[in-house]
Design a protein around this ligand. Structure first.
Ligand SMILES: Cc1cc2nc3c(=O)[nH]c(=O)nc-3n(C[C@H](O)[C@H](O)[C@H](O)COP(=O)(O)OP(=O)(O)OC[C@H]3O[C@@H](n4cnc5c(N)ncnc54)[C@H](O)[C@@H]3O)c2cc1C
Length: 175
């Protein structure tokens, strides 16, 4: 209503569609054939799948139908975790995203230093998540925000991933 049309309140629901934002743990796509022959994944496109689909379809259809056409692929489904940020940069970026989303959703803080207080509170929260997960690599902001919203569910899940995944390695510019 705020951003598109204030008359939406009187609209009627004609049809309901359900969609996904399929996302991997490092938030990068999962594209290509698995080590189990003939099983392919073309997913993990999160918020960009519609726009990426022409490029992905063209590229991978060629490799799918003609096995001799090997393509170099950074996002193979069985790749290791891609970390593209330092831990510090990830904390700053997560804070910026979280606070921006607050203002986008009508956050009004008292103008007596509360914005700084809020930022410090959120920084503590993010650091606490990093400490619980026991990782020193930069995690993507979307993953951290997901955990902030539902720590009871996501913290044990990701902790298990980062501490127990036997072949867990990191690739990426930050490391
Ligand atoms: C609200 C919303 C807005 C978005 N906006 C954008 C945008 O502006 N730009 C952009 O680029 N991307 C956007 N996306 C992201 C984009 O839609 C996804 O990245 C993309 O659709 C993912 O493609 P996919 O093929 O992996 O999954 P999907 O498109 O979800 O396809 C999975 C299909 O599998 C079917 N399926 C599930 N289970 C079974 C089963 N057991 N048997 C048979 N079929 C099954 C489902 O019905 C579905 O058709 C948006 C997503 C959402 C939810």
């Amino acid at each position: 209503m705020e951003q598109m049309n204030r008359k939406i309140h009187s609209g009627k629901i004609l049809e309901v569609y359900i969609g996904n934002r399929p996302v991997s743990i490092d938030t990068f796509p999962l594209l290509g054939e698995l080590s189990i022959p003939d099983i392919w994944l073309l997913t993990g496109t999160y918020r960009d799948g519609l726009h990426e689909s022409p490029a992905i379809a063209t590229r991978f259809a060629k490799a799918f139908f003609d096995k001799s056409k090997k393509i170099s692929n950074f996002f193979s489904p069985e790749r290791s975790f891609i970390s593209y940020l330092t831990k510090q940069k990830s904390i700053e970026l997560t804070l910026a995203h979280y606070i921006a989303a607050g203002y986008e959703h009508q956050m009004h803080l008292p103008r007596m230093g509360w914005s700084t207080m809020f930022e410090e509170m959120m920084r503590e929260k993010i650091l606490k998540i990093y400490n619980s997960l026991g990782v020193d690599i930069g995690l993507p902001p979307d993953l951290l925000i997901m955990i902030i919203k539902n720590p009871e569910f996501y913290l044990p899940y990701f902790k298990k991933y980062f501490t127990q995944t036997l072949d867990y390695k990191v690739t990426g510019a930050a490391n």
